[in-house]
Structure formats: C-alpha cells, structure tokens
Design a protein. Structure first.
Length: 160
C-alpha cells in the first residue's frame, strides 16, 4: 500500500513544506542549481493550494477551465543549498486581487534563510486571458489572511 506524499502543513497562515536535496538537484560541485529553487517553490505553492482545497487539476477540467500562472517573480539568493541538505519552503499569502494573488516564499536550512522570492500568480481562463476568481476560490484564499491555523488536514476536512 502506497503512502500519500507529505503536502506540508499550514500554521498561523504560513505553509511549511519540507524537502531534501538530491544529486539531480545539484551541479558538479554539489551546489543546487539556481533554477531548482523555483521548482521547490512551485511544489510548495501547489501543495499550499491543495491544503486550501484548491486543485489545479479540478480547475483545469472544471466547467470554466482556468489555471494559475506566474505573472511576476523576484528572487534573492543568500546562501547556497547543497547535496543532502534538508530544506523547508515557507509560503505566506501577501495579497489577493480580483484575478491574482501574491505570496512571499522563503527557503530555510535550519535557522538559515537561504533564498527569498516574491511571487504574483494570475488566474487565466482556457484562452490564456486573465479571469476573475469566483467567490468560492477567493474565500478559500482569504482564510489565510486572517491567520487561521489549518494544520495538515487543510481547509475542507474536520479536525479530530
């Protein structure tokens, strides 16, 4: 029986997503290649949304097909990550607009912040044009701005 992958945890409006650095993530010197930080953040954002009850697959295959796309991204690298490092991506929703939202994402190794990014995502319709978020989607995102702790179970499930 296969186990479910760890999607992280939401605590105090921040998503925590853990990962390990493998050989495939690094250059010949064992240092993480710069574009891989973007992949790590993308994985964290996807699971952050998944915990909020927002599925990319359902959005793309729903009655009004839509998807989120990165509209802008600013990244600052502070320290290199290396082979076998255990990292944590921390994501916090910063702002919600009618057709977009913005996040701050930071990658930590223990108590060292090694990378930081400011990301804005836009909701696009099936033709690739900006589309306003429906009320249900906007409501799910707004929950994060009020600081509600959701834990590993996400938004749509009851706590034990």
């Amino acid at each position: 029986m296969a186990t479910k992958p760890d999607v992280g945890e939401i605590k105090a409006s921040q998503h925590y997503f853990s990962l390990r650095i493998y050989l495939e993530d690094t250059d010949a010197g064992g240092i993480v290649y710069h574009s891989n930080y973007l992949k790590f953040m993308e994985r964290a954002r996807t699971d952050f949304l998944r915990l909020m009850g927002i599925s990319h697959k359902e959005m793309m295959n729903g009655p009004n097909p839509a998807m989120f796309a990165v509209k802008s991204l600013a990244i600052e690298y502070r320290l290199p990550a290396r082979l076998d490092d255990s990292l944590e991506v921390r994501s916090r929703l910063r702002q919600i607009g009618g057709a977009s939202f913005a996040l701050d994402q930071k990658i930590w190794r223990g108590d060292q912040e090694i990378c930081e990014a400011r990301v804005r995502l836009a909701l696009l319709d099936h033709n690739g044009r900006p589309s306003r978020m429906d009320l249900a989607l906007g409501k799910k995102l707004k929950i994060l701005l009020v600081g509600e702790a959701l834990g590993k179970r996400g938004i749509d499930q009851d706590a034990d």
